[in-house]
Design a protein around this ligand. Structure first.
Ligand code: FAD
Length: 434
């Protein structure tokens, strides 16, 4: 490709597609490069799509996007060995004309999103890996090289939307490789079964859907969670824990996933299903403190590559697409003023992102990743065990006077964590949450 572009976008995931679409729609000359066979072929997600953020990019996306089910119910499970204590919210108000959250299958959704990027006028080239960022003598990024040979491709600005590992940015010295405490490794399976079976098991009708998020003994004291999402004809089921915890414990993700599937609360939901897909992927979970430099001379970084992931709320794709859209809008503004794509001009992207929910939310939870990591044995093993034991004790009618039962429960907590430990944990959690 000999021509020069206004922008090159590396990657066709949520963030890359949002950036390429937004810039192309505003008339910029955009080249998007994706190493996968097609957009979505390399991408893994649960997956929940957050409609509000998608609407800000393609307002009428519901008309033809491949959506699975809209969510009307969320269950949070605190897992014991053979039990779970749950919090459940189900509302018919979620059966609204324009539902707020959907389950999607990324391979199909990204393919659709990519078709919109092409329609908007961007040149999308798949099966092409960017091997290097091209920098001038002053370190300004001026283009890329790919595995297709053919020399350098030049652009005013390069949008790094290459996902969590972010190898190109790292190799070019623009950011550091995320630490093992800043990324989770997640494994996921797709369990197929007839639509009616899913609807019966989860008490659903039509396109209604349910999400289950589960934490507790399933992760054996490691910082991590399991999830179950209902699609139309299959269930996505998976589990992820911090890479550093896998390293320290020697546990394998596959064994944990098997254990999760065998749990008596989970097994009946997937009984008789056929597993057709298996995937593993990293999730950035370092939060606010792990966000790298977001812009420089001739470049910006968006989505997972910028660690923009809210692990507490299990939100990633919406932060990815919002950062992609905002980067594109900032680039468009700089371009409209006919200003060069210098770091100082591109700092507009960071300013706009700081003003958005993306950075505000990550900032709110800035101390959570560290707390959950350091206290993982307590939050992901001891407390779930104690809560489930307390529920068993509370519900079991065996002639023990209630007063004595209460004492037993209090004693089980204080002997596992002492009063000082309990108050300390509550205080630390409240402080990190606020
Ligand atoms: P990606 O989607 O990873 O896209 C990066 C793209 O760049 C890929 O297509 C890749 O092939 C391409 N690429 C990389 N390097 C190169 C290169 N050198 N040259 C060319 N192309 C390149 N988020 C949610 O919002 N809801 C969920 O329910 C949810 N569940 C999840 C469950 C799992 C198991 C996982 C792993 C993640 C989940 N997430 C979820 C997070 C979400 O998937 C990510 O936040 C989102 O995909 C990030 O989008 P992205 O565009 O930044 O990166």
């Amino acid at each position: 490709i000999d021509e020069k572009f206004d922008a090159i976008v590396i990657g066709a995931g949520m963030s890359g597609n949002a950036a390429a679409y937004t810039m192309a729609k505003r008339g910029l000359k955009v080249l998007q490069l994706e190493r996968g066979e097609y957009s979505g072929s390399k991408n893994v997600q649960g997956a929940i799509l957050y409609a509000d953020m998608m609407e800000k990019i393609i307002p009428d996306f519901r008309e033809d996007a491949p959506l699975e089910r809209h969510l009307i119910e969320q269950r949070f499970w605190m897992m014991g060995e053979n039990s779970h204590t749950g919090l459940q919210y189900r509302s018919d108000d979620f059966n609204e004309e324009k539902p707020n959250r959907y389950t999607i299958i990324r391979a199909q959704f990204d393919k659709w999103f990519s078709s919109k990027v092409r329609e908007a006028g961007a040149l999308v080239v798949c099966e092409t890996t960017v091997t290097e960022l091209v920098q001038d003598a002053y370190g300004k990024v001026i283009g890329v090289k790919t595995d297709r040979g053919g020399g350098q491709i030049h652009a005013d600005v390069v949008v790094l939307a290459e996902g969590v590992t972010g190898l190109l940015g790292t190799r070019a010295g623009l950011r550091k490789i995320p630490k093992p405490t800043e990324v989770a490794l997640a494994v996921k399976e797709m369990h197929f079964m007839p639509q009616e079976v899913i609807e019966q098991r989860f008490n659903l009708k039509g396109n209604e859907g349910v999400v289950i998020e589960a934490a507790g003994t399933i992760s054996k004291g490691m910082t991590g969670m399991g999830f179950i999402y209902t699609n139309r004809e299959c269930i996505s089921l998976g589990l992820g824990c911090l890479v550093s915890d896998f390293q320290a414990s020697g546990e394998s993700p596959y064994q944990l996933l098997e254990k999760f599937k065998r749990h008596p609360s989970v097994a009946p939901l997937i009984e008789g299903s056929e597993v057709k897909e298996y995937a593993a992927h990293l999730i950035p979970e370092g939060g606010f403190k792990a966000i790298p430099q977001l812009f420089g001379d001739g470049w910006v970084v968006v989505g997972d590559a910028a660690q923009l992931n809210n692990a507490i709320h299990r939100e990633g794709s919406n932060l990815a697409m919002t950062s992609g859209r905002i980067a594109a809008e900032a680039i468009f503004q700089v371009k409209s003023r006919k200003d060069p794509m210098t770091a100082s001009n591109l700092s507009l992207y960071k300013k706009m992102l700081d003003d958005s929910f993306v950075i505000k939310d990550l900032k709110k939870y800035k101390d959570m990743p560290q707390l959950l990591h350091v206290q993982s044995q307590n939050f992901f093993l001891t407390y779930p065990q104690l809560v489930n034991k307390a529920m068993d004790n509370f519900l079991r009618v065996d002639g023990t006077p209630k007063k004595e039962k209460e004492k037993m429960t209090v004693k089980s907590f204080t002997s596992a964590r002492s009063w000082a430990g309990l108050f300390g944990d509550a205080f630390r959690l409240a402080r990190a949450w606020r």
